[in-house]
Design a protein around this ligand. Structure first.
Ligand code: FAD
Length: 608
């Protein structure tokens, strides 16, 4: 028997482990080698005490090499490492169907995302704890945020020192010596620095030294998941590379998990997850792997609830609708989908204020790539936008615009709206008001409510993992989301028209081409119509297996164990009880660190 097939920590197998159909045995089997999955793979094999199998449906991300460079981000959509999901027609967005990108491969969404790294406000996590999740307050989780990361100054190489250093500040105490590398973009347009100033003054957002210390309100040049050679640091490049040669770790790509195996419930005991089945795509064989201790589900906000449901755990009617016999009924699985969305105002600008021309022809792209790979210079050294400002609205302002529901939902003492700057036309789709023209350069000022009250859900198309789940993001279902959207649109115009930013624009109305004069400054109905035509995801889907007390609609407990079964945890973005006031990559790394810490402690790993 090959060593990897018989690895375990010496624990005597329970009776049902003698099922001969398990040809491989490990202490832990992790379903999903994405952002959280590879953190777990690393941390659970660190001491050498446990054996781990991690199964990822997609390929090694290096099959799409562009994932490594900031400028290459534009080539990932629709590539081999994107699932290419589509949402259901969105009732509150004129029945539009939205593209929903999602990483598919080792590293998961951390290998295709926008490279922005944030943590959000301390109050977010204190609220998680107050909702019935002891151990998740800011003081508990801040050390985990720190320990997962390390940061290099923006000027840490001669090449990088040549770029603008304005607003590339950080507090060294907020970072540790962890595998995930953080740095700053190289190339910075003057317009980006001007956006910081304009947003600070027009939207009352303080310019801060760092946003990752628990104060999530402010603006500066964003920290990015990149090393100081400006290569992406995904969970594949960081946590996986550190652990890949450990003999107690087996990571397989191109190995989609098809189901979780449960032992029979005996004498009223809870069913126990004892392993998984998967397809080894290189051979075409179906395999079954035994998990002596636990199965850990880490497939993200869409496929984690899908795997629970297709394995027999979920809402009764939903399972029966597609012919699945329930093992355990929990009506909350796949529900409470919490997400942020974005919309933008686009303006025509002088070419130097934008990076549009970099991508406007193959010649220009080749020149930008050559500058990157030979000298680490030029626009390819920057993502299209990781300069984000986080605005907190006072209770008086929220009440004045009719958004009391935001206060009632507990969204206080934190950021309410994120303002983003893109040196390109973003979202990339034309609006009903304007389509980007080939010889023009654009910037986009973008708003994203951090306090969306709409909730969507994930349901099943059919009874298997090979059918994409039905994704209903349900943006703008709640009327207060429209109020916040319209209000933030007005701030966007103030930002764009601020002299610091308007100086780069071409044409009337600070260069605004979309929506332009068709939408009046105070015409709330027209503003909302524009928002609905332009909205796309901000890619922060979460909450579909949320961590809450069972009686309050939870799926996992504060140790991330699935209620009602043994041997099964979910560790990924689907457990977030309420979205943080920030892009959620940083919080997902933290969740995985916390999950690993709790698992190690429970199974007697030294030092935990
Ligand atoms: C386009 C995009 C841009 C984003 N930009 C940012 C940003 O700039 N900053 C930020 O903070 N956040 C950003 N996010 C959000 C952030 O990246 C994600 O929330 C986070 O990476 C999710 O981590 P996860 O571990 O929960 O899921 P994922 O990282 O998505 O991992 C899930 C993994 O499970 C795998 N999988 C699915 N089904 C199966 C199966 N049956 N068997 C085996 N494996 C399977 C998937 O292929 C994937 O690798 C972005 C997300 C996207 C998609």
């Amino acid at each position: 028997t090959p060593a990897w097939k018989r690895q375990n920590s010496g624990t005597p197998p329970p009776a049902q482990a003698q099922d001969p159909s398990f040809e491989e045995e490990y202490d832990f089997v992790i379903a999903g080698g994405g952002t959280a999955g590879l953190v777990l793979a690393n941390r659970l094999t660190e001491s050498g005490k446990f054996s781990v199998l991690c199964l990822e449906a997609g390929p090694n991300p290096e099959v799409v090499h562009a994932y490594q460079t900031p400028g290459g981000n534009q080539f990932l959509k629709g590539s081999l490492i994107d699932w290419g999901f589509l949402t259901q027609p969105q009732e509150h967005l004129g029945n539009r169907t939205l593209q929903y990108l999602r990483g598919r491969g080792l590293g998961g969404s951390s290998a295709i995302n926008g490279l922005y790294y944030g943590r959000g406000s301390a109050s977010v996590y204190d609220n998680w704890a107050a909702l019935g999740n002891p151990g998740w307050g800011w003081d508990d989780v801040y050390p985990l945020f720190k320990n997962s990361t390390k940061i290099k100054a923006a000027n840490s190489t001669p090449e990088l020192a040549a770029f603008s250093q304005q607003y590339k500040t950080f507090d060294a105490d907020a970072y540790g010596g962890g595998p995930l590398e953080l740095s700053f973009q190289g190339y910075v347009t003057d317009s980006t620095n001007s956006f910081v100033l304009a947003t600070s003054e027009a939207a009352n957002i303080p310019i801060v030294n760092d946003l990752n210390t628990g104060n999530g309100v402010g603006i500066k040049l964003g920290t990015g998941t990149m090393n100081n050679r400006l290569r992406r640091s995904s969970s594949y490049d960081s946590f996986y590379q550190q652990a890949r040669n450990r003999t107690n770790l087996r990571v397989l790509h191109s190995a989609p998990v098809t189901g979780i195996a449960f032992s029979q419930s005996q004498n009223g005991t809870a069913p126990r997850a004892i392993g998984v089945s998967y397809i080894e795509q290189a051979t075409g064989f179906v395999r079954q792997a035994r998990a002596w201790k636990e199965v850990i589900v880490s497939l993200g906000a869409f496929q984690s609830p899908q795997l629970l449901m297709t394995s027999g755990i979920g809402p009764r009617a939903e399972l029966e609708r597609v012919g699945i016999t329930p093992i355990l009924v929990n009506e909350n699985i796949g529900q409470h989908l919490d997400d942020h969305s974005v919309f933008s105002i686009m303006a025509r600008v002088k070419p130097s204020a934008s990076t549009t021309t970099m991508s406007s022809s193959p010649d220009n792209l080749q020149a930008a790539q050559e500058a990157f790979f030979t000298n680490l210079t030029g626009p390819y050294t920057a993502p299209s936008g990781i300069t984000n400002g986080f605005q907190s609205l006072s209770n008086e302002e929220l009440q004045a615009i009719g958004a009391q529901a935001v206060i009632d939902a507990g969204y206080t003492n934190r950021a309410h709206v994120e303002y983003l700057f893109e040196t390109v036309w973003y979202p990339w789709i034309p609006t009903p008001y304007y389509a980007a023209l080939p010889n023009e350069s654009y910037i986009s000022v973008t708003a994203s409510s951090m306090v969306q009250l709409s909730r969507g859900n994930i349901t099943l198309r059919a009874n298997s993992m090979s059918d994409q789940p039905l994704i209903n993001s349900n943006y703008y279902a709640h009327e207060t989301d429209a109020i916040i959207g319209v209000h933030s649109f007005k701030y966007l115009r103030e930002i764009l028209r601020h002299p610091a930013l308007a100086q780069y624009t071409i044409g009337p109305n600070a260069g605004e081409v979309s929506p332009g004069p068709a939408v009046g400054d105070n015409d709330d109905a027209a503003i909302l119509e524009y928002i609905k035509a332009n909205t796309i995801p901000n890619w922060h889907a979460s909450g579909t297996n949320r961590m809450m007390p069972l009686e309050d609609g939870g799926v996992v407990d504060p140790t991330l164990k699935v209620y009602g079964v043994d041997g099964l945890r979910v560790v990924d973005c689907s457990i977030l009880p309420v979205l943080p006031d920030v892009n959620i990559l940083g919080p997902v790394y933290m969740v995985a660190e916390k999950g690993a810490e709790m698992i190690r402690a429970e199974w007697g790993d030294e030092g935990y």
